[in-house]
Design a protein around this ligand. Structure first.
Ligand SMILES: Cc1cc2nc3c(=O)[nH]c(=O)nc-3n(C[C@H](O)[C@H](O)[C@H](O)COP(=O)(O)O)c2cc1C
Length: 162
């Protein structure tokens, strides 16, 4: 039995700085998506990535049922997209500019890069799952932009050390 509470777990994990992505999908013409930091590159051969959707996510079932998801890597000027995509139960796409990628999943205008995937596997992991995606298409769209970062529960941007 772990000798710490959820607050200690969250606070400690928040010391790990990450970028912010939006995982998107589209089913029967209806787009869905949510903000996430649990994104990682897994394998080059075959090309695989992983994303960890929470079991309470109301959007993940749409992505899962579509058989695809697209990772949108947000830039520091896309905080507003993150804020919308971190909410549940609203029409998140009405006011945003996006196009469907090869899988049909939304790619937002102005993202640093996107990674469009076929859902390869989903593994149970406590109150989240681990979704493995096989990369179908990817591109860098705005390499000149700085990424949106998340650290200690706050947003920031990148400052080069050299
Ligand atoms: C910076 C940030 C990182 C997040 N990371 C994740 C994540 O990795 N997995 C996840 O399921 N939710 C994550 N969330 C929470 C979801 O974005 C949030 O629960 C959202 O309301 C889910 O929307 P949905 O119910 O439409 O799926 C994150 C939110 C923020 C702001």
């Amino acid at each position: 039995m772990a000798d710490f509470d959820g607050r200690v777990f969250r606070n400690t994990m928040s010391q790990f700085c990450t970028g912010v992505v939006v995982a998107t999908g589209c089913l029967n013409g209806k787009p869905a998506g949510f903000a996430a930091q649990s994104f990682v590159s897994l394998s080059l051969d075959p090309p695989l990535v992983a994303l960890c959707p929470g079991k309470t996510s109301t959007s993940w079932p749409t992505l899962r049922d579509s058989g695809h998801f697209c990772i949108n890597i947000l830039a520091s000027d896309q905080r507003a997209i993150c804020d919308v995509m971190a909410k549940s139960g609203i029409d998140k796409f009405a006011a945003l500019d996006w196009q469907g990628g090869v899988s049909g999943s939304p790619i937002f205008n102005g993202v640093i890069a996107y990674i469009d995937c076929a859902l390869e596997a989903e593994h149970d992991a406590g109150d989240h799952t681990i979704a493995v995606g096989r990369v179908l298409d990817l591109a860098i769209r705005a390499p000149e932009k700085e990424p949106l970062l998340f650290f200690q529960g706050r947003y920031g941007s990148f400052a080069s050390a050299d």
